[in-house]
Design a protein around this ligand. Sequence first.
Ligand SMILES: NC(=O)c1ccc[n+]([C@@H]2O[C@H](COP(=O)([O-])OP(=O)(O)OC[C@H]3O[C@@H](n4cnc5c(N)ncnc54)[C@H](OP(=O)(O)O)[C@@H]3O)[C@@H](O)[C@H]2O)c1
Length: 251
Amino acid sequence: MTARTCLVTGAGRGIGGVIAARLSADGHRVALNARGREGLEAVAGTLPGPSLAVPGDVTDPAAVDEVFGAVEREWGPVEVLVLNAGTGVSAPLARTTDEDWQHMLDLNLTAPFRFLRRAVPAMTERGWGRVVVIASVAAKRGAPYISAYAAAKHGVLGLVRSAAAELAGTGVTVNAICPGYVDTPMTGHTVAGIAAKTGRTEEQARAALVRQQPIGRLITTGEVADAVDLCVRSAAITGQGINVDGGAVQS
Ligand SMILES: NC(=O)c1ccc[n+]([C@@H]2O[C@H](COP(=O)([O-])OP(=O)(O)OC[C@H]3O[C@@H](n4cnc5c(N)ncnc54)[C@H](OP(=O)(O)O)[C@@H]3O)[C@@H](O)[C@H]2O)c1
């Protein structure tokens, strides 16, 4: 593959760190974003190819130009954009606060919109670009206690589908990956939260999440990176929400 300039948000640990490693192993230049510099530098130190740590909070509107500007000064325009930074909150609908609702929309929906909007002009000008959003099965299916997260993830899938329709024919593809429960620190927090709220042990809480994947185990970060890799290589896949969920959602 031609070496490309990539930007991965939320690359300080978990899924984003593994996607960054995969892109680097494929020969690309990889810029890593998250809020914490330590995590970014730890991941960057393990990459086989050129890397750049660009700390910043994706929910800060000013961070968008700062992050893109840092990459452009070093390597030129971003060609592969992976919008992975995100997190979930869990609460019954009636106890979901305005703050939690707004945080879910800011992080999981508005930030991807601003990053996508910033990246697209340079991609269309060059006639080549890849955008991959790490959404969730919660982009396709609602579930108890995640209304704010699911609303934001459903929204980001709408953004992906509309952008892909608008950009088809320009050489730029836009896709979402929709994982089930992945074995990452975020799922560790979910397990701890379930255990605290229900009185179950962490093993029992984790087993309840495992049962949600018909394949009988959590998804691996490498399996999410495989799907990103497919979207980067293919010019024909666009506007998709690719489920990586062990068969839980068939759509
Ligand atoms: N884990 C799952 O089961 C699962 C399932 C489906 C979808 N997903 C999605 O996959 C993505 C990654 O999840 P994960 O499990 O890898 O999460 P994670 O282990 O918690 O890692 C999240 C990453 O995002 C960064 N981040 C968080 N808030 C940020 C912000 N405001 N600005 C910039 N970076 C920020 C974090 O670093 P800092 O804290 O240093 O900023 C970290 O590097 C999320 O969008 C999540 O919704 C996860």
